[in-house]
Design a protein around this ligand. Structure first.
Ligand SMILES: [Zn+2]
Length: 291
């Protein structure tokens, strides 16, 4: 109970920056991005695209939104003065994750591309593979235990822990990034079956910030998973008024019942989460918005 209260206190303190940005309350709190771990949850409508920037200037892009969002992601990266991606992760072959990656890969220097060992017959998937080849790169396998080998943060895959046939979401590469005392979990569209397998395999998934699986669909984010991850914050990447009804009310309720503070790209646009290794701040980034 005490722990929960302390958690709440900390959350209230940390959201001041965000509230300030919304203009409902003035605050002099400014988020410094230098020397910190910065995670940008880009606004790409219905889909995922997340940039992790370490204090050593390393850049990791997880997913690139839908086919028509590639140029937008490139624009976001350019606005952040990024021309090199140390790693690109295609969490799984669905279009709302890898659709924009071909355009991103064509427009950036890319050192490595990770994706789980599952293929798909769509043109979107072919375009992704072709872009990787054009870059002279070979796809690296994303699976539990593989480390990205960054120097500014520890980034390691915790899923997939096994093979899932043609269940593309279950193949989702899940990566945990740790910086000092803070950790972030990025789940792609991993469903409950994958959550169960991560827990059963004893993967170290406990994290302060959870990127909620599958845009807040009720096929992910089981109570067992939340109990294992124990996040203080949840970020949901979903499009405003999307046809799937993501995120589902059931999932929002479950997160709230666990005392987890929720940030949503459909409400806030691009969200920046900054860690100094001890505390985590959230701000919205109106300058990184769809045009
Ligand atoms: Zn998705």
């Amino acid at each position: 109970m005490k722990n929960r209260l302390m958690k709440l206190g900390l959350t209230l303190f940390l959201i001041l920056g965000l509230v300030g940005c919304e203009g409902t309350q003035q605050t002099s709190q400014e988020v410094s991005t230098t020397g910190n771990l910065n995670v940008y949850y880009f606004d790409v409508g219905q889909g995922d695209s997340i940039l992790i920037r370490t204090n050593k200037g390393e850049n990791v892009l997880i997913d690139g939104g839908n086919n028509d969002k590639g140029e937008q992601v490139v624009r976001y990266l350019q606005a952040l003065h990024i021309d090199t991606l140390d790693a690109v992760i295609g969490t799984h072959p669905d279009a709302d994750h890898i659709g924009g990656l071909d355009t991103v890969i064509d427009n950036m220097k890319v050192h490595a591309v990770y994706t789980p060992k599952v293929t798909h017959t769509t043109i979107t998937y072919e375009d992704f593979v072709k872009a990787v080849k054009r870059k002279g790169l070979k796809l690296k396998e994303a699976k539990a235990g593989v480390s990205l080998g960054l120097s500014g943060a520890d980034a390691v895959f915790v899923a997939p822990v096994k093979s899932y046939g043609d269940d593309l979401n279950a193949w989702s590469a899940v990566v945990k990034v740790t910086y000092g005392d803070n950790s972030f979990l990025f789940t792609g569209d991993a469903p409950v079956k994958s959550e169960k397998d991560m827990i059963a395999a004893g993967q170290n998934i406990r994290s302060n910030v959870l990127k909620v699986g599958h845009h807040g669909a009720n096929t992910s984010t089981s109570q067992a998973f939340l109990s294992a991850v124990q996040p203080e914050y949840a970020v949901i990447s979903a499009g405003k008024g999307n046809k799937y009804g993501h995120p589902k009310a059931e999932i929002i309720k479950r997160l709230q019942a666990n005392g987890i503070k929720i940030y949503r790209t459909d409400e806030l646009g691009t969200i920046l989460s900054t860690s100094d290794g001890k505390n985590i701040m959230f701000t919205k980034v109106p300058s990184l918005a769809p045009q």
